[in-house]
Design a protein around this ligand. Sequence first.
Ligand SMILES: NC(=O)c1ccc[n+]([C@@H]2O[C@H](COP(=O)([O-])OP(=O)(O)OC[C@H]3O[C@@H](n4cnc5c(N)ncnc54)[C@H](O)[C@@H]3O)[C@@H](O)[C@H]2O)c1
Length: 244
Amino acid sequence: MRKKVAIITGSGRGIGKEVALAFARKKYQVIVAEIDTTLGKQTIDEINEMGEAAVFVKTDVSKVDEIEAMVEHVVAEYKRIDVLINNAGISEFCDVFELDETQWDKVINTNLKSVFFASRAVARVMKNTGGSIVNMASTRAVMSESGGEAYAASKGGILAVTHALAASLGSYRITVNAVLPGWIETGKYERLKEHHHKQHFSGRVGKPDDIARACLFLASKENDFITGTHLVVDGGMTRKMIYK
Ligand SMILES: NC(=O)c1ccc[n+]([C@@H]2O[C@H](COP(=O)([O-])OP(=O)(O)OC[C@H]3O[C@@H](n4cnc5c(N)ncnc54)[C@H](O)[C@@H]3O)[C@@H](O)[C@H]2O)c1
């Protein structure tokens, strides 16, 4: 029996890397689809140190031909795809009057266009066996600070394409869900101040592992009923009243 295969985009660092490690621990054959070769190979090294197998496939998810080449390579090599985590994303913010078309397109193409084309590419393979797709949105899909137009649009678009894909792919036993991370600290957690933690209902800022566990939950085989929806993982911040 071949190992289950999980593709995690943007898994060279941060949340994506933790998700890749989590799926490797669960004995998936992990595919690190990442634009940065150095970072991608570092993730492979860490997974190998755990005694598990993983491969790096250099991929710029903003380019449809690179997504399709990556999926073709995975299918040729491993014959199956069970899980896709559409994690790669860039968070660029810009004054509303300064934002130009190039920057808008870069954010939308990297964060949103990639989700549709990667999902469709793996669905062509998953059609035969079923599978799970998890899309990394953000609480900024549903709340804002100034200057976040392109990023918010990309993440709000992910929520919409998630339920559209769930509708189109449900009959093939493919679930499609989104995760909305709040503040997930990918840098030096120990440098955070008490007030950063205390503002959360949970009493702490999030960690990449909080998101990795949400992805494992949504992608697990037992979860064939949860589809077209999203899980907010933000320590309660989007439910907090802030009137002063
Ligand atoms: N960290 C947070 O607090 C937070 C909150 C909400 C949502 N998110 C979302 O979670 C995801 C991961 O966030 P993170 O904080 O770990 O980000 P990060 O910047 O630390 O890591 C992103 C990874 O994606 C890769 N990447 C960037 N562009 C790519 C491309 N075109 N093709 C392939 N790979 C590419 C980067 O090289 C990097 O390895 C993103 O989609 C982000 O929007 C993060």
